[in-house]
Design a protein around this ligand. Structure first.
Ligand code: MN
Ligand code: MN
Length: 316
């Protein structure tokens, strides 16, 4: 058995004990660790609603509902992977660059130790330092689930926030653009070029929500897998790609999105990919009346770690 496994909810009630992701032990070393969940309570990068700093603990609280066997992927991930909750990054509220440094310094050793980081945000601006932390494995193929491109150049003449991280990451050479894709774009734009520049200027591919909903989950996953190929890959999951009816607890809601089921069904079909990192971002518990956004985020993270476990099993 792996060294670090969740507490059993058959032995102690799931609402007892310290709040960690999936009831995993809180561990700050990387020895005998395969995957580390890291909270990033950063919300200085937003342009509209704040409160994502409370996202990691809301997702941890919801994640106590996760059980050890994934019936869709037919895998018991915690029997294959030693997983830990590595705690939160000590971000600096109000100070983006200092927070970026803290996030990169927290996550880079995880990547360099061959451990897969799974970050729980926090706003989407934290994906830029997360990608900087994967430099030793990069550039990586980014699969960005989002209703927004996050590839604008600046907001309020400021270049580092949750609407610009993708463009900055490309400029910094962190993204293998020819193998990257944005999935689920929708909503009103500043202009048509918001989308067309992704392909024409930045070299990315994209699927709009309209396109995704006209396809089966298998077809969407197939298109993503074809784009990524055998490259080291990274999933960034902005919870606002899901319809605000299912995931209201987020910062920039866009009506008309994926259902919870559609999102889970696509993610869990991304099998066979060499993942070097994951993040689930933009959960804001203050706008999440029944916790449904946090429960979804926890389950998306579970599908992600299940993909790592499945690949490990099938290659051993
Ligand atoms: Mn985003
Ligand atoms: Mn978004």
């Amino acid at each position: 058995m792996p060294r670090y496994v969740p507490a059993s909810s058959m032995e102690s009630p799931r609402f007892t004990g310290p709040s960690t992701f999936a009831r995993l032990p809180y561990v700050q070393t990387l020895e005998d660790v395969d995957l580390a969940v890291v909270g990033v309570p950063f919300d200085t990068g937003v342009t509209y609603r704040v409160g994502g700093r409370f996202g990691p603990n809301a997702v941890r609280a919801a994640s106590v509902m996760l059980r050890p066997y994934n019936p869709n992927l037919e895998v018991a991930p915690f029997e294959l992977l030693s997983c830990v909750d590595a705690g939160d990054v000590a971000i600096v509220p109000g100070y983006t660059q200092r927070s970026y440094t803290a996030i990169e310094h927290h996550v880079a050793p995880i990547v360099e130790a061959g451990v897969v980081p799974l970050l729980i945000g926090g706003d989407h601006a934290c994906t830029l330092p997360h990608l900087r932390a994967t430099r030793s494995r990069g550039p990586v193929a980014v699969i960005d689930f989002d209703s927004h491109t996050d590839a604008w150049d600046s907001y309020f003449d400021e270049r580092y926030n949750h609407g610009t991280w993708m463009r900055r990451a490309i400029e910094e050479g962190l993204v293998d653009t020819a193998h990257s894709i944005e999935v689920g774009l929708r909503g009103s734009l500043y202009g048509a070029a918001d989308w067309t520049s992704l392909t024409d200027e930045l070299g990315l591919a994209y699927l709009t929500t309209e396109q995704v909903l006209a396809m089966t989950a298998e077809q969407v996953a197939g298109a993503i897998r074809a784009r990524v190929g055998d490259r080291p890959a990274f999933i960034s999951f902005d919870i606002d790609v899901v319809d605000p009816a299912f995931a209201p607890g987020t910062g920039t809601p866009e009506p008309g999105g994926l259902s919870s089921h559609e999102a889970l069904a696509i993610v869990r079909r991304l099998t066979g990919i060499d993942f070097v990192g994951f993040d689930v971002v933009e959960v804001i518990p203050a706008y999440d009346p029944a916790g449904q956004t946090a429960f979804l985020a926890a389950n998306l993270a579970y599908e992600m770690l299940s993909l790592v476990a499945l690949r490990r099993r099938d290659r051993s």
